[in-house]
Design a protein around this ligand. Structure first.
Ligand code: PXP
Length: 240
């Protein structure tokens, strides 16, 4: 029997939209609740060093709600490790972070940062947090992830999503290797309705984390209802 696959919904861009006006709408916690009500298995948030979307109070409120497993994406820094140890999310996914990037552009270089990652993973594990490393689908990175004590790897699907030839095969081989090494395999980045199928079909992949496309698609599916409601309220106000 094929094991089930979970969907983690990344709500960073709800915060991006909220921050564009500096107010409180749309509220990431309210959207997290709606996502879980619609079938999301977990909520993923990335607390970036520059707090460009999710902010500390969002992370606190979403964690305090306790309505779904929270996967906290973070850079391998002391500040973030301290926050994670205090918040105690269900899981932490360590990602590389560069200030100038638009989104997480490449996987973590675990081979190069073995020593730092070993220490941070040990601190997170001691706080009872399961740690995932966001890596490119390269065998050396998968092996190094097992060596530094990660329980999970999340394979970066960005190159696959950009139609790079051979990327599905790389993902499939990396997924097989994670299972051989006893790691759980997740995947994410740039996944859409059009390209999710072949990745979801990889039997070792147990979770997909998807954000930007879902939030964009939600505009198309949700805008008609929002417009109808606004028109209804406008017309109702004119009835005397
Ligand atoms: N997984 C990780 C580790 C990420 O950094 C991101 C982007 O924040 C995603 C998944 C989701 O990517 P997308 O927003 O392109 O679906």
């Amino acid at each position: 029997m094929t094991e089930t696959i979970r969907l983690g919904v990344n709500i960073d861009h709800v915060a991006t939209l909220r921050n564009a006006r500096g107010g409180v709408h749309p509220d990431p916690l309210t959207v997290a609740k709606a996502a879980v009500a619609a079938g999301a298995d977990g909520i993923t948030i990335h607390l970036r060093e520059d707090r460009r979307h999710i902010r500390d109070e969002d992370a606190e409120r979403i964690r305090a709600w306790n309505g779904a497993p929270v996967n906290l994406e973070m850079a391998a820094t002391d500040e973030m490790t301290e926050i994670a140890c205090r918040l105690k999310p269900h899981a932490v996914c360590i990602v590389p972070e560069k200030r100038e990037e638009i989104t997480t552009e490449g996987g973590l270089d675990v081979v190069r940062h073995r020593a730092t990652l070993t220490l941070i993973i040990a601190r997170l594990n001691a706080a009872g947090i399961r740690v995932s490393l966001f890596i490119d689908p390269e065998p050396a990175q998968v092996r190094a992830s097992a060596e530094v004590g990660a329980a999970v790897v999340e394979l970066h699907t960005g190159a696959y999503a950009h139609d790079k030839p051979g990327e599905l095969e790389h993902l499939a081989a990396a997924a097989r290797l994670t299972a051989e090494l006893g790691l759980e395999c997740h995947a994410g980045h740039g996944l859409t309705f059009a390209n999710v199928g072949p990745v979801a079909a990889l039997k070792q992949v147990r979770e997909l984390n998807i954000g930007h496309y879902l939030i964009g698609e939600a505009l198309l599916t949700g805008l008609p209802a929002a417009i109808r409601e606004m028109r209804r309220l406008m017309l109702q106000a004119r009835v005397r």
